[in-house]
Design a protein around this ligand. Structure first.
Ligand SMILES: Cc1cc2nc3c(=O)[nH]c(=O)nc-3n(C[C@H](O)[C@H](O)[C@H](O)COP(=O)(O)O)c2cc1C
Length: 161
């Protein structure tokens, strides 16, 4: 890969369980847009409290002008199925292959198949369970970054007797 880059994306989510599929929606004017379109692959690196500054910075600076990995001290790690690197500091990295680009309007939606998920070993407990709650993930809402806050219940709790 001639050049790798990082951009912050809020418009993302799961769109299918089997096959495992996700999406990112990107404005065509972003530097990353053509990189992804040419290579038809990307990695989603979940972000954390420790990475909040890098998250914001990578969302306001362009890879056309700066090397965001270098400037933010992010470590490139070789991916298994795609040519672009993972971010070592991220607890969960999702390797994706683009299957379709939907030109929706301001944003184009890159629908993608999940090829693999790389999870940091330090978050597995002694029973081999991945403890996502220990990763200190952050979220973005209405222009602000937040930690995830309290647990409000388990799937199906509303009907459990
Ligand atoms: C919190 C946050 C969320 C963002 N979400 C998106 C998004 O979903 N889609 C998008 O096209 N740009 C989004 N951006 C803007 C890009 O990350 C930003 O324009 C970035 O500088 C593009 O980098 P590039 O020019 O290196 O591709 C977001 C920025 C921030 C700070």
């Amino acid at each position: 890969m001639k050049h790798s880059n990082v951009l912050t994306v809020a418009w993302t989510g799961t769109i299918c369980t089997d096959p495992a599929m996700t999406y990112i929606s990107i404005r065509p004017e972003r530097y990353s847009y053509n990189l992804i379109k040419e290579n038809m692959e990307f990695v989603i690196n979940l972000t954390t409290k420790d990475l909040v500054r890098a998250t914001d910075w990578c969302g306001v600076k362009s890879g056309a002008e700066v090397d965001k990995f270098k400037e933010m001290g992010l470590t490139k790690e070789k991916a298994e199925h795609v040519k672009c690197p993972l971010i070592k500091e991220s607890p969960v990295c999702i390797e994706c292959k683009v299957t379709e680009i939907k030109e929706l309007g301001s944003h184009h939606m890159f629908m993608a198949e999940v090829l693999s998920i790389d999870a940091d070993e330090k978050y597995f407990d002694e029973n081999g369970k991945f403890c996502l709650e220990k990763c200190d993930l952050i979220t973005y809402s209405h222009g602000q970054y937040y930690t995830l806050g309290e647990n409000l219940g388990k799937f199906g709790f509303s009907v459990k007797k």
